[in-house]
Write a protein that binds this ligand. Structure first.
Ligand code: MLT
Length: 316
């Protein structure tokens, strides 16, 4: 290619990056609408819009624990107009889906968003009201309880795997396209248990539609002050939280990702975002973590940690 043409190409790319965004942006949430990932995505997208000056459209693409929707983002053009908002599950896709048509670690980072606690919850008429009573129920050989998850690779499924390993329970996994539809069945008493994020359980617990057995954090959480930790309730050391992040396809220019990171930082300081997250049991990450470098570090460390954890808990 002649030098002028190459220069022209770079000038065009540089021009596109400097004017980005010039049209609406799509954030793919690889889980059904109405669930915890969707809740975080819609809240943050709305708060990012003013500083980007473009509409952000949420596209829900549930299935296979989120690995299908994430695959669509992996195939999207690296131009900053298709992003992925999901969580810790992305770091579990490679070991859980050996034939994955993309490498999750090749996504390019925008930034971390929030780290959400989880709660072990049950149908309101389950014959157990406390963790010790539930553990006794789980140990009863004649009992086989269903647990709703968002599919292999979801964080609700990861929590169920660890729970089964820690308790010796033989759950019947009932997979959904997201925790939103799973929660409808838990409230409807069609499944027995879920391990789900506070963003999808706090309101249902407070309304009495479901019952809470324990939170998955080392300390109780302000949004559910009367719910003990699983660590305190007989599952020593039980700790799982769902960190959420924003990614772009591999090769998305750093200038575009840094512009998105700045808009994300602004959104995470929006009082509406802070208040809504607090009411749902979580908090936004500080500026320093809403950056590509911070997500790069977290993602690499979590891929290694979760690879080892899954080797210990995933059924072979
Ligand atoms: C999960 O379990 O990974 C998520 O809760 C899925 C969702 O956000 O619906």
């Amino acid at each position: 290619m002649a030098a002028a043409a190459v220069f022209g190409l770079f000038a065009t790319e540089g021009h596109a990056q400097s004017r980005y965004p010039e049209r609406p942006i799509t954030i793919v949430v690889p889980a059904a609408a109405g669930g915890p990932s969707d809740t975080v995505a819609r809240l943050v997208a709305q708060a990012m819009t003013p500083s980007l000056g473009q509409q952000i459209v949420i596209e829900n693409k549930g299935g296979a624990g989120g690995s299908l929707g994430a695959g669509d983002v992996a195939k999207a053009p690296p131009d900053g107009y298709t992003l992925l908002l999901y969580h810790i599950g992305v770091a579990t896709f490679a070991p859980l889906y050996p034939k994955l048509p993309y490498k999750p670690e090749e996504f390019s980072s925008v930034g971390l968003v929030t780290e959400v606690p989880m709660v072990l919850v049950g149908r309101s008429d389950l014959k157990a009201n406390t963790m010790p009573e539930l553990l006794a129920l789980l140990k009863d050989k004649g009992t086989s309880l269903t647990i709703g998850t968002a599919g292999v690779g979801s964080v609700s499924h990861l929590c169920a795997l660890v729970l089964a390993k820690e308790t010796g329970a033989k759950f019947v996994d009932v997979p959904y396209k997201g925790s939103g539809p799973a929660m409808l069945d838990l409230v409807g008493k069609r499944i027995d248990l879920m391990c789900d994020q506070t963003t999808n359980t706090v309101n249902q617990i407070k309304s009495g539609d479901i019952k809470a057995f324990g939170v998955t954090t080392r300390a109780p959480i302000a949004a559910l002050p009367n719910v003990p930790t699983l660590d305190q309730s007989g599952l020593k050391g039980f700790e799982i939280t769902a960190w959420h992040a924003l990614w772009a396809p591999k090769g998305t220019p750093e200038a575009i990702r840094l512009k998105l990171s700045e808009a994300l930082k602004t959104a995470l300081k929006d009082p509406t975002v802070i208040d809504r997250m607090a009411s749902l049991g979580t908090v936004p990450v500080p500026d320093a973590l809403a950056t590509p470098a911070a997500l790069d570090r977290q993602f690499r460390a979590e891929i290694e940690r979760l690879g080892k954890l899954l080797a210990a808990v995933a059924p072979n």
